[in-house]
Design a protein. Structure first.
Length: 185
């Protein structure tokens, strides 16, 4: 029941995911093992799956706001990957050249703060900007900065696996509460 455009887009995302996970390169390597590509692939697939695919299935044309939302989602996933990258620093092969391996924990945190600000600034590029969206994304920005600030090399057991992974759910709840609040006004 899916349109041809959705099926093609889905196939592209599945192919990218497959290249990420399956050993298709010489010496039984996958794209995850290529320096710096890991977080870009993960962020691209998440943005494509959560923004682009639904938009393709519902819209004739990908609008400016959808493009901005996809960019924001990409940036959000990059930010959310920083605590995981820092946590995994002691386990990752040096050959992976992850963000913290290249720039250190402090450098990775600074990049995470920068990506958070870029995510937030993109909010103001949307043509349908409203007070609720700005408020929700302001709260999310503060949460993202707080999470990066609290990120350490030796994290507590559930820091990334629970608290960082819960941020998208928290964002969703903020949107629901914000929309309910706007209805009451």
């Amino acid at each position: 029941m899916l349109s041809e455009k959705v099926l093609i887009s889905l196939f592209v995302l599945i192919a990218i995911t497959g290249l990420y996970a399956l050993p298709v390169l010489p010496k039984h390597k996958n794209f995850r093992s290529l320096s710096g590509l890991k977080i870009l692939i993960v962020a691209t697939v998440w943005a494509g799956t959560t923004v682009i695919l639904p938009a393709i299935s519902q819209l004739e044309v990908i609008t400016w706001n959808v493009k901005v939302e996809a960019f924001q989602r990409f940036m959000l996933v990059l930010v959310l990957l920083v605590p995981f990258e820092i946590r995994d620093l002691k386990y990752d092969s040096v050959a992976l050249k992850t963000l913290p391996q290249r720039v250190g924990v402090k450098g990775a945190k600074i990049i995470g703060y920068s990506w958070s600000i870029i995510f937030y600034a993109a909010t103001f590029l949307k043509t349908n900007l409203d007070f609720i969206s700005v408020g929700v994304n302001t709260i999310l920005l503060l949460v993202l900065i707080g999470i990066i600030l609290k990120t350490e090399l030796n994290q507590k057991k559930y820091f990334s696996s629970f608290w960082v992974e819960a941020i998208p759910l928290f964002w969703w709840l903020l949107i629901i509460v914000g929309n309910k609040y706007s209805i009451l006004l």
